[in-house]
Write a protein that binds this ligand. Structure first.
Ligand code: KIV
Ligand code: NA
Length: 265
């Protein structure tokens, strides 16, 4: 079996086929999703909050993304692996973006990178695509800008909606193969999706985008505390893992583990 490519992604839009994307930050989790047939896995910088214990995605470094991305690539054989360029590794300009993306492609072996921003990231996207690195764009709520924008719905009101459409067109013109729409009103996400030739990947963007992405720790109920309204919880891994750990602890304290069958003589 060969890996999914950005060409396959383009064909899916032509055929009107929807597809799922999940985040992954380690080889074992990635292998589960790969075997489940998830065609695209994102090594998101949500690893900052969901895997590395930071409060936001802002502190995540390129070294960390390279390490996590390598593990995800090693754990998979079929999925297209997309890695986020973390904050501060592409905003200086196109050459910085190319240097950063090149590390993720050469050292980690990812098939594509993702970066935040519409028109403001146009130059970066263009140079990466010219260099042969497929780029997924990301507009709407862009968490790396949390200090400037907070975590609020984007594209509300006519002016903001028009700007988002322009941003979407700008990343398509620059050569992006897909664009994430995060926390965008469903009607606007539908309009953006109709307006573009490239697929839209929604998160909190309603049912009419070409693809849907969720953060895996949210989707599987591992995240502690509240998750956003747009998340659907498909399992309660926090409960499963917590009670398993408690059972193990009880067994050890009470002497029930290890039993005869776990022992060698
Ligand atoms: O980092 C991430 O997980 C993301 C997705 C939410 C699109 O950027
Ligand atoms: Na991200």
């Amino acid at each position: 079996t060969r890996r999914i490519t950005v060409r396959d992604i383009a064909l899916a839009k032509e055929r009107g086929e929807k597809w799922p994307m999940l985040t992954a930050y380690d080889a074992m989790t990635a292998s589960v999703f790969d075997e489940a047939g998830i065609p695209v896995l994102l090594v998101g910088d949500s690893a900052g909050n969901c895997h590395l214990g930071y409060d936001t995605t802002v502190p995540v470094t390129l070294d960390e993304m390279t390490m996590l991305s390598s593990a995800v690539v090693r754990g998979t054989s079929r999925a297209l692996i997309v890695a986020d360029l973390p904050f501060g590794t592409y905003q200086e300009g196109a050459t910085q973006a190319l240097r950063s993306a090149t590390r993720l492609v050469k050292e980690a072996g990812v098939g594509a990178v993702k970066l935040e921003g519409g028109q403001r990231s146009h130059e970066q996207i263009r140079l990466l695509v010219e260099a042969g690195i497929p780029v997924m764009a990301h507009i709407g709520l862009t968490p790396q800008s949390v200090n400037a924008m907070g975590y609020r719905v984007q594209g509300r009101g006519e002016e903001a909606a028009a700007r988002m459409l322009q941003d979407a067109k700008a990343v398509q013109d620059a050569g992006a193969f897909a664009v994430v729409l995060e926390l965008v009103p469903a009607e606007l996400a539908a309009e953006v999706t109709r307006s573009l030739q490239i697929p839209t990947v929604g998160i909190g963007a309603g049912p009419d985008t070409d693809a849907q992405v969720l953060v895996w720790t949210d989707m599987l109920g591992l995240t502690s505390g509240r998750v956003p309204k747009f998340v659907k919880k498909y399992a309660d891994l926090r409960e499963v893992m917590g009670s398993a750990a408690k059972s193990f602890a009880q067994d050890v304290v009470g002497g029930a583990f290890p039993a005869e069958e776990h022992s060698v003589h």
